[in-house]
Ligand binder design. Structure first.
Ligand code: OGA
Ligand code: MN
Length: 220
């Protein structure tokens, strides 16, 4: 067996629990999973992008169905493009997670896409799924939080709901640096509660071959 290189950007000791949680409940949340220094650098980069007006108002839907809906989501985003060392370290860590998931669960994940997201005070993202059943697109969703600490009354938690009973809350995640969440994109409903403070995260998705089943997934 080829020995795998440890990637200090990701706490590899968390991986066995992460895999088990995905299998058993369809979601995982862990604290101190992403390296603190890396979170600081990514946070600095995102704030810099915001200061230079380099974020886009996020929409919903892909391709021609894309629409801006402030009543559904209020974040501003920028897709990761590997331009900075911090981004490359982050994407490398996600590549390591992708390998782990493929080896343990035979998921056939082959691509990862991710964007920075900044929720200004008052912004939220209503309950949704990240992928539509039957479409060969997003399989596993990931979210990493970048704010260095988060007050108990800061709002902005991500709430996960039971796949079988979408009214039943199963987890409430405080968006604080180091915390990492992942879940099945097709089945786990989730929402972002209104935030009181500027809230910084990276949302990402592992995808399967987009043209599986003869259906080509439109460009984002
Ligand atoms: C998303 C999303 C959750 C979060 O971007 O689809 O659900 O906590 N983000 O930022
Ligand atoms: Mn989502």
């Amino acid at each position: 067996m080829i020995p795998r290189l440890a990637n200090p950007a990701l706490d590899t000791a968390a991986l066995p629990r992460l895999v088990d949680a995905l299998v058993e409940q369809g979601w995982y949340v862990g604290e101190d999973v992403i390296d603190g220094e890396l979170c600081i650098e990514l946070h600095r980069e995102l704030i810099g992008l915001a200061d230079h007006d380099a974020l886009d108002v996020a929409g919903i839907g892909r391709g021609r169905a894309h629409a801006l809906r402030r009543d559904i989501r209020g974040d501003a985003i920028r897709w990761l493009d590997r331009e900075s060392l911090a981004q490359r370290r982050y994407l490398e860590a996600m590549g390591e997670l992708q390998n782990e998931l493929n080896q343990a669960l035979f998921l056939g994940l082959f691509e990862y896409e991710a964007h920075f997201a900044l929720y200004p005070p008052g912004a939220f993202y209503r309950k949704h799924l990240d992928s539509f059943r039957g479409r060969a697109n997003r399989i596993i969703s990931t979210v990493s939080y970048l704010n260095p600490g988060w007050p108990a009354d800061g709002g902005g938690e991500m709430v996960l709901f039971d796949a079988m009973d979408p009214e039943r809350e199963v987890a409430r995640v405080r968006p604080t640096a180091g915390t990492f969440a992942c879940f099945l994109s097709e089945t786990v409903p989730h929402e972002v509660l209104p935030t009181r403070l500027p809230r910084a995260s990276i949302a990402g998705w592992f995808r399967r071959n987009a043209s599986l089943g003869g259906r080509v997934d439109p460009a984002r």
